[in-house]
Design a protein around this ligand. Structure first.
Ligand SMILES: [Zn+2]
Length: 327
């Protein structure tokens, strides 16, 4: 797994040093964007790494994810346009520094700010020498936990590995919304990070358990990019299951990942996940179609029990996708 670890280190370094609107390897990282209302007291701030979700509760503001480092002030400036309350809690969906990079700004301003994440995320933060203390969760959970009551209730769920093995689903029952972190970003096949326990084999199980186990959600805030719908999440779950099935079938027939991709393309309902255009403000990973091919290659390696070396591409036999952030 050495190469996978090295690749992850490269991306983590790249994400860690990338600044506002940075241009890195031809991939532009947009700056912290304008806060948008999702529903009632729930908002999302795009840009500068992962989406930051803002939940204005009675006692204070809860943030889900804090983007790349050095975006704390920009996040707070956006929060201040909708609430004067202090930020009292930060939930991190997973360990990557484009999601917990600006925790430190809020901890410095208010040491009682509580950082909450899955227990495996705490482990990965501890294992990364580039982590800072504010990335370390103060409170962790294993399968499910509930924070707050009544209208302020937040449910955290863990259903298994996918993007990493510490990906939290953050559900706000009062506004029928959830954050899904990088298990779903840009509505395309997700980046798989084997160095932090990610797995394309485990991913469909994890998504299906969530689709079954979480009730009453209409709005799905992706880790980067879109605010999707529950129906969109269900379609995405079916697509990721079919991607794995296609990989298994192709492997059994001694075919290639490209042939598995051709099989997936026969299903017109998957066209949104297999588009060939580069999406606007995309920070990593090429077109949806190239990301699907990357994950088919990852599936081949995982199914064969080989170390995963293709999770950032270029996929064999395809046009190489643009380099990921930080390379
Ligand atoms: Zn991530």
């Amino acid at each position: 797994m050495r190469r996978a670890k090295v690749l992850t280190a490269i991306v983590v370094v790249g994400l860690g040093v990338a600044g506002l609107g940075a241009q890195r390897g031809g991939v532009r990282i947009p700056p912290t964007g304008t806060i948008k209302n999702v529903r009632e007291n729930l908002y999302v701030i795009p840009g500068a790494g992962g989406n930051t979700t803002v939940f204005v509760a009675a006692a204070g503001v809860v943030l889900v994810d804090t983007k790349l480092a050095n975006n704390g002030e920009a996040i707070l400036n956006q929060v201040r346009t909708v609430s004067d309350k202090p930020v009292t809690m930060i939930i991190n969906t997973h360990t990557h520094p484009d999601h917990n990079g600006s925790n430190d700004y809020f901890k410095a301003a208010r040491p009682s700010v509580e950082i909450v994440a899955h227990e495996n995320t705490k482990k990965w933060v501890a294992a990364n020498p580039r982590s800072n203390p504010a990335m370390t969760p103060d409170r962790t959970f294993t399968d499910k936990t509930t924070l707050g009551t009544g209208k302020d209730r937040i449910d955290l769920y863990y259903f298994g590995a996918g993007h990493t093995n510490g990906d939290a689903f953050v559900v706000f029952p009062s506004v029928r919304a959830m954050c899904i972190g990088d298990l779903m970003a840009w509505n395309m096949a997700p980046l798989i990070d084997p160095a932090t326990g990610g797995s394309v084999i485990a991913l469909p199980d994890t998504l299906e358990k969530a689709a079954k186990g979480i009730k009453g959600v209409e709005h799905v805030i992706e880790g980067h990019g879109n605010v999707n719908t529950w129906e969109g999440f269900r379609a995405y779950t079916v697509f990721n299951r079919s991607l794995l099935t296609s990989a298994k079938n192709a492997l059994a027939r001694k075919e290639t990942p490209e042939q598995a991709l051709a099989e997936l393309e026969k299903n017109p309902t998957f066209s949104v996940f297999l588009k060939e255009e580069l999406l606007k403000d995309l920070e990593y990973g090429g077109t949806p179609k190239s990301r699907a091919l990357i994950n088919l290659n990852v599936a081949f390696q995982e199914l064969k029990g080989e170390p995963v070396t293709t999770n950032f591409g270029p996929a064999r036999g395809a046009n190489p996708p643009p380099p990921p952030t930080g390379r």
